[in-house]
Design a protein around this ligand. Structure first.
Ligand code: NA7
Length: 558
């Protein structure tokens, strides 16, 4: 049984044995630390970086901002916190979000239980101890009854292996691994590879000071203007006066974010009214554009109408006909099949005389040389190459750790045909190991703050229930896991996601072959209800017992 005990003090020997080890000290890890400590567990969070903050610590590229409005992208667990913190802009910048995280850590005295500069290399379940043995890069071993993987969905930066990369004499940067000291592009010849959210945010900023900027694009991206601005007092007051109710509504909203949800379908709306509604939302800015009509993700006709509107806007903005053609997303790519980008002057940037664009599907990158990069048709002299090529999403950071469950079975091996979880929270064969916003949960389809809080609250309640019942072992049943993933995949078939080669799909880069959709797409509210029902019904689909069941049988026989 988990004993209620004092939290560990940094540096003390008791750290070597804790109730719960938390891997990662970003938004998820810090909340897990707070909640589990409050529940009376001894806890320790291990963080590879030299500072807390997770994705907001690593993603320091120019222009980095959240694409969820700041009043909604924050913790809701403390009324005092949400009343006292002042967001300055509609979409918070990376430095402001990091300041917020640091404030939270100080305010709730969390740093005491975070060990920085500590990379976890392996996590091994020890049957006889019913505990996880965690090994760090410096050879330290920590035992924990429970292991919480708060490793982040967008933290394993991916740099494609172009030949000759090591010979490049200039600077190579990745948006998701940006130097803390920043980088000065003034007067430099720069290439940016990748036009997802990070590339789209960084490109306009880099173009301002670089001598030349060449963007290497593989897929033209749908993007809507952010219309970022300072928040005024009345707006903040309106949120703060109603936070309790607004947060509760968001917890059951489809993606955990509150928008003005269009109730009509596009199909039942005249073309003229459709255009007026899209225009209104384009002017307002933000991803709420996709909520103009209720059928944008379910009806190909509605989806195409939204896509056509964006294509027409790009045609209005981009002056050069060839750049315009290349920047226009294909009609065959549904809007929302990849996460829609939110930009500030992205398409306008291509009207600058120092900005060029190469479509690498038509003119592939051949390799990198000492002084630049060659495509099949061109040679670029460069001082700096910025990889905005994304991450090994969701499973990437888990795959970097050698995770071994019952009988030494590796998670990598188990997931070779695609990740499987029960409820997106646990994996059969890996007892007492919880994933936060892992595969099989709504995760990156949502406002991550809402999903993180839901998972941490569920996990905390589960461990509290186990403690009350004198139980120490929890593991999902294989059958429950298979059914959950099959149901999640069937749900996805009704959505546009499967029609894009997006990072919502697990692929060979994350150890999965064939590609498989990784997420639960039934909405945050429905998902929450399912998880809550499982908890209320005393966890059907899970084996919950005193210790490893095989050992229990052995004990009964002796
Ligand atoms: P994304 O959204 O994964 O974007 C990565 C971009 O890099 C995308 O345009 C990719 O093209 C491109 N890419 C990836 N691999 C290559 C190779 N090998 N060659 C050329 N281009 C490549 O990552 P971001 O960091 O922009 O955003 C991640 C999330 O962070 C975002 O959604 C927000 O939630 C915050 P592709 O489209 O795959 O053809």
């Amino acid at each position: 049984m988990i004993k209620k005990s004092q939290a560990t003090e940094e540096g003390s020997d008791s750290e070597l044995n804790v109730d719960a080890i938390i891997i990662g000290a970003g938004f998820a890890g810090l909340l897990a630390l707070y909640k589990l400590r409050q529940a009376g567990l001894t806890v320790l969070a291990l963080e590879a970086s030299d500072s807390i903050g997770g994705v907001w610590n690593w993603n320091r590229y120019p222009g980095a901002r959240c694409d969820v409005e700041s009043m909604q992208y924050s913790y809701s667990f403390s009324e005092e916190l949400q009343q006292e913190w002042e967001w300055s802009e509609r979409y918070a910048t990376q430095p402001e979000i990091l300041r917020y995280i640091e404030h939270v850590a100080d305010r709730f005295d969390l740093n005491r239980h975070v060990r920085l500069n500590t990379r976890v290399v392996s996590a091994t379940y020890k049957e006889h101890e019913n505990a996880w043995k965690i090994q760090t890069h410096e050879g330290r071993e920590i035992r924990a009854r429970f292991c919480i993987m708060a490793t982040g969905c967008l933290s394993a930066a991916r740099i494609p292996e172009f030949p000759g990369k090591d010979r490049f004499k200039g600077d190579i940067l990745h948006t998701g691994h940006w130097p803390k000291s920043g980088y000065d592009f003034t007067g430099k010849n720069v290439a940016v590879i990748g036009t997802g959210s990070s590339g789209i945010q960084a490109i306009p900023m880099i173009a301002r000071t670089a001598r030349s900027l060449t963007v290497l694009q593989r897929t033209a991206t749908y993007s809507v203007p952010a219309r970022n601005r300072m928040l005024d007092e009345a707006e903040k007051r309106a949120w703060k006066d109603n936070y309790a109710q607004l947060r509760e509504t968001a917890r059951y909203a489809p993606s955990g974010t509150l928008y003005e949800f269009g109730e009509r379908t596009a199909e039942e709306t005249s073309l003229q009214e459709q255009a007026a509604e899209f225009e209104k939302r384009w002017t307002k800015g933000g991803p709420g554009f996709l909520r103009a009509f209720s059928d944008i993700s379910s009806s190909p006709i509605a989806n195409k109408a939204a896509g056509d509107f964006i294509r027409a806007k790009i045609a209005d903005i981009v002056q050069d006909p060839e750049k315009r053609r290349l920047l226009t997303p294909a009609i065959t790519l549904p809007v929302g099949s990849k996460r829609i980008c939110v930009d500030t002057g992205y398409f306008e940037t291509f009207n600058r005389s120092n900005v060029d664009l190469i479509d690498i599907r038509d003119d592939p990158i051949k390799g990198i040389e000492e002084n630049g990069l060659s495509t099949q048709k061109r040679k670029l002299d460069l001082d700096c190459i910025v990889f905005a090529t994304g991450f090994d999403v969701i499973v990437g950071s888990l795959m970097k750790i050698d995770i071994k469950g019952i009988a030494g079975r590796t998670l990598k091996g188990k997931w070779k045909n695609g990740p499987g979880t029960y409820l997106g929270l646990m994996v059969a064969g890996f007892p007492n190991l919880f994933l936060v916003t892992g595969p099989g949960s709504p995760s990156v389809l949502t406002n991550m703050m809402v999903s993180i809080e839901q998972h941490i609250e569920w996990i905390t309640a589960c461990l509290q229930t186990m403690r009350q019942q004198g139980k120490n072992y929890i593991e999902p049943e294989e059958a429950a896991e298979s059914k959950w993933m099959d149901d999640a995949n069937s749900l996805a078939e009704t959505m546009p996601f499967l029609r894009a080669n997006s990072w919502y799909m697990a692929g060979p880069e994350s150890g999965s072959s064939p590609r498989r959709f990784m997420l639960y797409s039934g909405g945050v509210g429905t998902y929450r209800e399912i998880c809550d029902r499982v908890a209320q019904q005393n966890y059907p689909g899970f084996k919950i017992c005193d210790r490893h069941p095989v050992l229990d049988v052995a004990a009964d026989l002796s």
